[in-house]
Design a protein around this ligand. Structure first.
Ligand SMILES: [Zn+2]
Length: 292
């Protein structure tokens, strides 16, 4: 069923788990991710990122996502990931999304606050949940993403969210989700992961009325993700490790085939692998050991 992210987050907080937020840029991903959420029996958000617009325009993606969300047996929020300008976000709102991220994290704090408040004034009364970001998410995407350069990953602390800024931002905007930078990266994590849990807990204690978000779950060991959940993370964006999972298997199938390979067969194989990987990730987000 189609759901409001703010309500999902309340339940996640009460029961110490996290809402996984997964991009579904095609129908294979969409079907696999929703089937996985139904298997694990956990609410999720499905995302369309603004930078995916060249790949699948939002006018095509969102109606499809809404249709699948409505037919699902678990609550699903249809979400704009990394909305970068108001025009795109308003288009998404008219299409019927139930939550949006407005990412003005590259602006100085005061301007970030002003922009997010402007959006809340426009859409707050529609019951649309709002996510924003303070701090910087370093980028290590496997492919070049338009407008995003790879970041220097030698010292992740330079990207960290300032706790005081997070507090000021939440007090002045009242956003539903604040995404913070505390050691994760966009794309695949490389090297020895080291989430800064004390920083997360400090920010959590300063922002008691806001749910905290973590982007870049891929490559972070599951026990560190669960530590982050138990320390207050309520929304986890997770995509690269799910989306890259089918490729090695598909390559093997193609290489070992005697003749032409049907695309529908490859699509079915990919869907099964995305499903299995997503089930695994959602069980981590469900955090059942900590809830028992
Ligand atoms: Zn992100």
């Amino acid at each position: 069923m189609l759901a409001n992210l703010a309500e999902l987050l309340q339940d996640a907080k009460k029961n110490n788990y996290a809402i996984a937020s997964i991009n579904t840029p095609n129908q294979i991903s969409l079907r696999a991710v929703i089937a996985a959420a139904e298997e694990v029996n956990i609410p999720i958000t499905i995302n369309h990122a603004q930078n995916e617009d060249d790949h699948i325009p939002i006018e095509i993606a969102v109606p499809l996502m809404l249709d699948y969300a409505k037919k699902s047996t678990v609550p699903i929020s249809v979400h704009v990931d990394h909305g970068l300008d108001m025009k795109h976000i308003m288009k998404a709102v008219r299409l019927g999304v139930t939550s949006v991220m407005y990412d003005c994290s590259n602006l100085p704090l005061e301007e970030n606050i002003a922009e997010v408040k402007r959006l809340m004034d426009l859409v707050g009364h529609l019951g649309i949940a709002i996510e924003a970001e303070v701090g910087t998410m370093p980028n290590n995407m496997p492919d070049e993403v338009h407008g995003q350069e790879r970041s220097d990953l030698s010292d992740l602390s330079v990207y960290y969210t300032d706790p005081k800024e997070a507090q000021i931002f939440c007090e002045q905007t009242g956003v539903d989700v604040l995404t913070i930078s505390f050691g994760s990266v966009h794309g695949m994590y490389e090297g020895e992961p080291n989430l800064n849990i004390p920083l997360l807990e400090q920010i959590r204690d300063l922002t008691p009325n806001t749910s905290l978000g973590m982007h870049g779950g891929s490559g972070v060991p599951y026990d560190q993700i669960q530590k982050a959940i138990s320390s207050g993370i309520r929304k986890i964006n997770y995509f690269t490790a799910i989306d890259t999972a089918p490729a090695p298997h598909l390559a093997k199938l193609i290489n070992e085939a005697d003749g032409p390979v049907n695309f529908w067969k490859l699509a079915d194989e990919a869907m099964e692998i995305i499903y299995e990987k997503t089930v695994e990730v959602l069980r981590v987000c469900k955090n059942e050991a900590a809830r028992a």
